[in-house]
Design a protein around this ligand. Structure first.
Ligand SMILES: NC(=O)c1ccc[n+]([C@@H]2O[C@H](COP(=O)([O-])OP(=O)(O)OC[C@H]3O[C@@H](n4cnc5c(N)ncnc54)[C@H](OP(=O)(O)O)[C@@H]3O)[C@@H](O)[C@H]2O)c1
Length: 228
């Protein structure tokens, strides 16, 4: 598959490494431009591109940048991108450590629904609840006892099935976590977050999640997030 990755940090870099190893063709972008991605390109064989090219060249496009930077992506980034291209959101809202206050999320919008609204495009939520290092190193062949499982949520069943298959290829059991508006069950602070459960454990954790946002996952001030 051709995979566009917007964001080349912890998660974007490691997804680039793993997808290239698996034989996919990755087009990777960051905020500073393709010239700054020479090392990652040399290491992995991925093609460094602009953000616009990453959106245009993937059959799947993974958006993996800090939540506060989502509004600073180019306007209409996906306007010319065909509907059958699957857009994946790996994001998490860290109001106190990184993102500042994002009013829509504080007001109760599910994090990936907010991302989808910002992008003007349906998204599938995946890879948000596993540490980047574990994503890189802890994948195992299908059938391995205790294989880590990852929840995948989204409204479009075909798009979700594409992502469920990629999760399996990366070495993790893939658990259908329902619709995008159910994806609060895998947000920061929930039982499944950074827990590395197997499939049964992920199902149990999703079912036992509580919707109320805990104080440590809320913004402390009323100041709006700065976008860059
Ligand atoms: N770290 C983890 O273990 C982990 C696990 C699961 C989910 N997540 C979530 O996944 C998302 C990415 O996390 P991360 O840890 O990979 O972030 P990170 O290491 O800080 O990397 C962020 C990347 O996003 C790029 N970027 C920022 N703004 C951009 C913009 N406007 N256009 C294009 N690229 C932009 C940065 O490019 P420049 O360097 O050029 O600015 C950088 O490559 C976050 O929402 C995070 O909460 C992280």
């Amino acid at each position: 598959m051709k995979i566009g990755i917007i964001g080349a940090g912890n998660i974007g870099g490691n997804l680039t490494r793993r997808f290239q190893e698996l034989g996919h063709k990755v087009f990777v972008a960051n905020s500073r431009g393709p010239g700054t991605l020479a090392d990652l390109a040399a290491e992995t064989g991925a093609t460094p591109v602009t953000v616009e090219e990453a959106a245009r060249r993937g059959d799947v496009v993974i958006v993996t940048i800090p939540q506060k930077n989502i509004p600073s992506l180019p306007r209409d980034l996906f306007a010319e991108v065909p509907d059958n291209v699957v857009v994946v959101d790996t994001g998490n809202y860290y109001p106190q450590q990184r993102d500042g206050r994002i009013a829509g999320i504080e007001d109760g919008t599910v994090e990936s629904r907010w991302v989808s609204q910002q992008l003007g495009r349906p998204v599938v939520k995946a890879f948000n609840n596993i540490y980047a290092e574990h994503l890189l190193k802890l994948g195992k062949p299908s059938g391995t006892p205790g294989r880590i499982a990852l929840p995948v949520a989204g409204d479009d069943e075909r798009a979700k099935s594409v992502v469920l298959k990629l999760v399996d290829e990366l070495g993790f059991d893939a658990v259908d976590a329902g619709k995008l508006d159910d994806s609060w069950r895998q947000q920061p602070g929930t039982p499944v977050y950074a827990a590395d459960f197997d499939a049964e454990g992920v199902r149990r954790a999703l079912a036992s999640a509580s919707k109320e946002r805990k104080p440590e996952w809320r913004a402390k001030s009323d100041k709006a997030a700065q976008t860059n």
